[in-house]
Design a binder for this molecule. Structure first.
Ligand SMILES: [Fe+2]
Ligand SMILES: [Fe+2]
Length: 281
């Protein structure tokens, strides 16, 4: 990266504009290091132009519709590779989701100057975690004889978040508080299945990711409540209406209430939205 003249926002924007997965992850980690070192600052005033609607993407993995990705029976090496590849793709998207949060919403009117710096720091740290997660899984795939990009993947995660690009409360409701929270529900089962299949190394990596993701949901919750407070909205009711608007079909139970509780994400938010097969509203 040409870091010489870049401020932190330009560095964060460059993460979104980097197509190569390893280079994107390295750029993400460099932003967090720069933030910690204090060698660059955020721009003031914040530039009016936001990031592109979609971040840069590599040629591989090949994109396929959801449901057309490889099956994941974990008794076989192929099954474990398919699962890890799907997780690598989630972490790859999660890097962009975190940096898009910072660059797109860094000047949101709900943030005064002090809150803005906290908000940016929080999402850069989330993005740094996602880049580290991506690296762990990509390395594991390579140790198992595969690599990120070798299997097809779908863009459902990014597509679910993209529809909220005009509304910080909606982005927070959907990205950390639906999509990342869903990760908390399903990851313990994956860890158990990997351990049962004898792949304790992959299981250990997922345990690291799981622990970090509780923090990401907590970060999402903190900012969602802040944005609602500034707007004078009751956060539970606002969450219900935003999820019904932007995430059709309801939330899939069962929920990992222990992990969600650890993230300070109370059941009042999500239980009323549990998918029942009937329309929500
Ligand atoms: Fe992650
Ligand atoms: Fe995350």
């Amino acid at each position: 990266m040409n870091g010489q003249a870049a401020d932190l926002r330009e560095m964060a924007l460059a993460v979104l504009q980097t197509p190569d997965p390893r280079a994107k992850a390295a750029a993400a980690r460099a932003v967090c290091r720069s933030l910690a070192d204090g060698d660059r600052s955020w721009p003031s005033p914040w530039p009016a132009a936001g990031p592109a609607e979609n971040p840069a993407r590599p040629e591989r993995p090949q994109r396929v519709p959801p449901g057309k990705t490889p099956r994941r029976r974990l008794g076989s090496l192929e099954g474990r590779i398919a699962l890890l590849h799907a997780i690598a793709h989630i972490e790859f998207n999660a890097i962009d989701l975190a940096f898009d949060m910072a660059v797109r919403f860094g000047a949101d009117p709900a943030l005064d100057e002090a809150k803005r710096l906290d908000f940016l720091s929080d999402w850069i740290h989330v993005g740094d975690d996602e880049a580290r997660h991506f690296g762990l899984i990509a390395d594991r795939l390579e140790a198992l004889g595969s690599a990120y990009g070798e299997l097809p993947a779908h863009d459902g995660l990014w597509d679910a978040a993209r529809t909220t690009r005009h509304d910080l409360a909606a982005r927070l409701a959907i990205a950390p508080l639906v999509l990342e929270a869903r990760g908390l529900d399903v990851t313990p089962g994956m860890i158990d299945r990997l351990n049962s299949a004898g792949d304790t190394i992959s299981a250990g990596i997922l345990k690291i990711i799981y622990t970090d993701e509780i923090g990401h949901v907590a970060t999402g919750m903190r900012w969602f409540k802040h944005v609602c407070n500034i707007a004078g909205d009751a956060p539970e009711a606002r969450y219900h209406s935003l999820v019904q608007q932007y995430y059709q079909g309801g939330l899939k139970p069962p929920f990992n209430t222990d992990a969600r509780d650890q993230a300070c994400f109370p059941a009042d938010y999500y239980l009323p939205l549990a998918a029942t097969g009937a329309p929500l509203a």
